[in-house]
Ligand binder design. Structure first.
Ligand code: 3HC
Ligand code: NAI
Length: 684
């Protein structure tokens, strides 16, 4: 009966119509899927022999949401809300059979059904907020009717995925089906035949404590830090407490329609597709990664400990090697403390916690790593220390074992060259805290073999991280961009902006934390040591700002010493007149007449600086695409995702404006180098 192209097929199982959506890869609710579903419901209504309906999906998942590719294009009828209403209004019981992830519009289809059953391991959720929108097909109105306002606010504003145990508890699903899901759903549907369908939209939203709801809403607004969609999701959910379904649905749809054409939604869609693109690495597609079961970690300091925890959490066997027994004990305690915190915070159960700790072995001799498939070194950031270690590792590691360095700045090619296996060497640049931060820069050396790189990417995925492939240069993508932006901020200070003005402007723009506050938090001493180290080789014509050096000379290493760019009397960050005086002295010494920087000017300057460096990175082939650079900044450096990242935002501002700003900036910097070629091309 069905034409070959239709992604929705029907078959009968006795009196039950089984409707199967088959729209690879993730069964997105495209126009054809929506039409097919509507037709299926009509067919069920029209056929007296049909007494119930099951909606299921082929392939790896239930409907993963609306088709994001259709956003920003003219809507094609039938719209998802109409389809959802048709399902809910169906006179015959409709059961949704969920597997994989029922997300966004997919979950909304399920919420419109009269019952929901799920395979073990299924996740449901409303991730729309992460795309800068809110659910547009009844999610915010039906979810609170099933689960209550508090749970609905949490789920719709966070976008998190809810697994079956919790979904059962919250009443989001009615049963978990072990074994054949569709057969189970059909059996469930049979039990509903003859009864009145339980329509989610007809349920009354359970009463909630207004004070508690107010508190939840305030917490969401605070956490959103400039992103609109989470607060809008809360607003929509709260309407379910007061409005009849039809009015609530209309209000939800109006908010959805507003947001879907917003700049924030465009930026977040960019980030969504950028993440999928980042997985496609030139030269690695179709290359199989090497098997990974056992991973060695050398150095159990800040990074090594976090990395070891991340590995154990992903089910890998880990062996940590430290340089001596005392350092090993400190490292063991560090690792244990992270695992214990997760237990105390309720992020893991006792059994999992014990298993993870048991998966980690400790040694002081590198020979303990003979069976490792991959060894990650996280020892001191010193070329000679790392080179000596890699030579030793090369000797003890089995043939085919991969050697990875977590270096922040050092030359991965030069490190690979000290081994007999440069093709098996790469950089795995984790971010601190390594068990938490989502970004992983996978550094591809000149000699890195495709399957070595593929293994690094596969490890990233296994750890639940966002792996972005980068090439070898000083600081790779993230720290290189960071250096440029810090430098511009310091130049602006010298030119007349106060550090707190810069921090405030950038925080108001959505950055997690301004650059001076961050430096105070992280400590100024390491960068100071680095500056002293490279002072001799630096281009003498390059502009240097001496304020940070003077702060360090005065022992102001940041928060840990009670003072840095700011003062921290009784723990509170405050502008320090002493720092203001140092800055004034530096301006006088250089004969600079300070000028005002408006917040907008500060923001554009910083974005322009990053865009210029981003194009240099692209011109040099260090990153494969501009969107990879955006992902690094968004996931590792607090760039607001809803701004899309520096390259995306610069494009939004306009390449001509950005180029003009870069030219001004470079002129102020001695006028020694031209803007990046790629930027000039983009602006022409
Ligand atoms: N629309 C269009 N394409 C989608 C899509 C969607 N909703 N979800 C995933 N895709 C595409 C991806 O772009 C990718 O395409 P590619 O292979 O050409 O790069 C492909 O499907 C596979 O995606 P993943 O690589 O992400 O596959 P995973 O197995 O790792 O993850 C997933 C699967 C968990 C479903 C993940 O894709 C995901 O989270 N998708 C988005 C879910 C979402 O945000 N849904 C809400 C949409 S908005 C909405 O529904 C509005 C409604 O309220 C009206
Ligand atoms: P750390 O000083 O906290 O830890 C280094 C550890 O390595 C120490 O425990 C030390 O005992 C051990 N070690 C030194 N030489 C060793 C050897 N030969 N054999 C075995 N163990 C040895 O340093 P941290 O911060 O963990 O940094 C480690 C590496 O990670 C550096 O290359 C750093 O640049 C990089 N990195 C650091 C980040 C951070 O935020 N701290 C972020 C990303 C990368």
């Amino acid at each position: 009966v069905n034409a070959v192209e239709t992604p929705v097929v029907m078959r009968r199982d006795g009196a039950v119509l089984v409707v199967t959506i088959d729209n690879p890869p993730v069964n997105a609710a495209s126009a054809a899927v929506r039409a097919g579903l509507r037709d299926a419901i009509r067919a069920a209504e029209a056929d007296a022999e049909i007494r119930a309906v099951v909606i299921a999906c082929a392939g790896r998942t239930f409907v993963a949401g609306a088709d994001i590719r259709e956003f920003g294009k003219p809507p094609v009828s039938p719209l998802l809300p109409e389809v959802a209403s048709a399902i809910e209004d169906c006179a015959k019981p409709v059961v949704a059979a969920l597997h994989g992830t029922a997300l966004g519009g997919g979950f909304e289809i399920a919420l419109s059904a009269h019952a929901r059953v799920a395979a073990p391991g299924t996740g449901v959720g409303l991730p729309e907020v992460k795309l800068g929108i809110i659910p547009g097909a009844g999610g915010t109105q039906r979810l609170p009717r099933l689960a209550g306002l508090a749970a609905a606010i949490d789920i719709a504003s966070s976008g998190r995925v809810v697994k079956t145990d919790e979904a059962l508890r919250l009443g989001l699903i009615d049963a978990v089906v072990e074994g054949d899901l569709v057969a189970g759903a059909v059996a469930h549907a049979r039990t509903l035949i003859g009864g009145a369908p339980r329509r989610t939209g007809a349920l009354a939203t359970p009463a909630a404590d207004p004070g508690e709801i107010e508190k939840l809403a305030a917490a969401v607004a605070k956490k959103a830090r400039g992103q609109v969609s989470p607060t809008k999701a809360v607003e929509a959910v709260r309407l379910a407490a007061t409005l009849p379904l039809a009015e609530g649905l209309a209000a939800e749809r109006a908010i959805f329609a507003d947001l879907v054409v917003s700049d924030q939604a465009a930026a977040l869609r960019h980030v969504f597709f950028a993440e999928r693109e980042a997985a496609k690495v030139p030269g690695v597609e179709g290359v199989s990664p090497r098997p990974l079961a056992h991973v060695g970690v050398v150095g159990a300091g800040t990074m090594g400990a976090g990395i070891a925890v991340a590995l154990a959490e992903a089910g890998l066997e880990v062996t940590i090697v430290e340089r001596d027994a005392a350092a090993l004990e400190t490292g063991r305690a560090r690792v244990a403390a992270i695992h214990d915190r997760n237990l105390q915070a309720g992020r893991v159960d006792a059994g999992t916690h014990t298993a993870r700790r048991a998966r980690t072995a400790y040694a002081t001799d590198l020979s303990a790593l003979g069976a490792s498939d991959l060894i990650i070194e996280a020892v001191f950031e010193d070329f000679d220390v790392k080179a000596a270690l890699l030579r030793d590792l090369d000797r003890v590691a089995k043939p085919g074992a991969i050697l990875a360095t977590n270096t922040s700045y050092l030359d991965v090619d030069a490190l690979a060259a000290v081994t007999s296996r440069p093709a098996d060497v790469l950089g795995l640049h984790f971010f601190s805290p390594a068990n938490v931060m989502r970004l992983l820069e996978v550094v591809r050396g000149r000699a890195t073999a495709p399957d070595t790189l593929a293994t690094g990417l596969a490890l990233g995925k296994r750890l639940g991280k966002l792996a972005v492939t980068v090439g070898v240069c000083d600081g790779f993508v993230g720290n290189r961009m960071l250096a440029v932006w810090r430098r511009q901020c310091e130049i602006m200070v010298e030119e007349g902006a106060a550090p707190h003005e810069i921090d405030q402007a950038l925080e108001a723009h959505g950055f997690a934390m301004g650059p001076f506050a961050v430096q105070d938090l992280a400590g100024l001493d390491i960068a100071w040591a680095r500056r002293k180290r490279i002072a001799a080789t630096r281009d003498p014509a390059e502009r240097t700002v001496a304020v940070a050096d003077r702060l360090c000379e005065a022992g102001r290493f940041g928060q840990k010493t009670g003072a840095g760019w700011y003062a921290y009397a009784n723990g509170k960050r405050a502008v320090d007149p002493l720092v203001t005086a140092i800055i004034a002295e530096e301006r006088t010494r250089k004969g600079i007449a300070p000028r005002q920087f408006a917040p907008d000017a500060i923001v554009v300057r910083v974005i322009a600086a990053m865009a210029d460096e981003g194009f240099r990175i692209l011109d040099e082939g260090i990153a494969a695409r501009a969107s990879d650079i955006d992902l690094v900044k968004v996931n590792g450096y607090g760039y607001p995702a809803w701004r899309g990242g520096p390259m995306f935002e610069a494009g939004r501002i306009g390449w001509r404006t950005i180029l003009a700003e870069v030219e001004r900036m470079l002129a102020e910097d001695g006028g020694r180098r031209p803007p990046a070629a790629g930027l000039v091309a983009a602006a022409s």
